[in-house]
Design a protein around this ligand. Sequence first.
Ligand code: SF4
Length: 372
Amino acid sequence: MPSHSSEPPDRLAQLRGARPPLAYTARKITALTANPACARRSVLDASGVDKTALARRLGHEPRFGQSPFAIAREEAFKATVRWGSYAELIRLLREDLGVPVDEAKLQDLGEVGGITSLEVRERETRGVIERIAAGDEERLILQSPVLTVEVAGRLAYLEPDALTHRIDGRFHVVAIRSFPVIDGQADPTAVAQTAKQASVHVLALRRAFAAAGLDAEQIADTFLLVCPKDFSNRPCLSRIDLRQELAALDFQLNRLRRAEDLAHGLPATATLDIDRDPAVLHESVEQLPASYVPDCLSFCEMAHHCRDEADAHGYPARLGSTVRNALAGIDSTSTALAYLDSGLPPGAENAETVELLIAADWLFRLRTEETA
Ligand code: SF4
């Protein structure tokens, strides 16, 4: 599901160097909102740096992301669903959801008069959606639409697989995935990931409606998931609730700081150009504050680098967000131990944390003695 972002502002482009920017995708945005406190990831994504290549340059092979085999399988399944002007999806809409589809009108927004630029396709998508919402046009399926959403102060262009608007008269985002539904059950982790990505598309649709002064009630807070059924390649359809994901995503997106402001805080010599010397890159990456937690290993290409850095500095977050929150204001586990073992006096800003830490240590020792 490729998508692109508009050309980044100068400082972000300057940091990235001569290579073309990698685009925001719904997958990247959900990963970013999984750790909104991380300025490092925010700047890397906004500047379009290839994080996989950067991690390699820093000496860490990212063990993360879809395998080429999984990507090829997903593309093949998408081609099956799109075959014959979405014949299979139209069948499912009619059979499973009772959608009246006598005249199945489809509009392909993958190009506009031979132009494939995202800006042009986004404008065309917006125009078609506005005309449908106003009741001036009918389309059953919009294929390869382009939507936008602001992320950390930058405009991201997103490409959902499709949109349809004939179910209860509301627009639905369609996501086509190649993980199977076996006996009516799909892998819950894969469904949850897809739901988060679909919620990015629904939010972008809501923002397009708000900008055009249209009634957002016309947008469903469910999405349509199309997957292979059992062990066949035949598609099946599920309708999945997104209310929780939408509320969480909206909250997290609003918490993100502007990437450009974060980038301006870096020294003029800083660079994220993966063609530069690894030692220089290492120094620049260190200047971007990270917020490592063990969960990063499941969603970020930089995780092994950030974990090593957290280890080297003894950051409490290395032990998880519970420890990080419990040791608020204490910058390392060795400092925490110094408060306990050598009676290091705390400052006013972390006196309360240290008091709680000493109490917890006392309870722990008492319990250990009791059970000894
Ligand atoms: S791995 Fe590093 S860059 Fe990625 S989200 Fe975690 S702390 Fe941020």
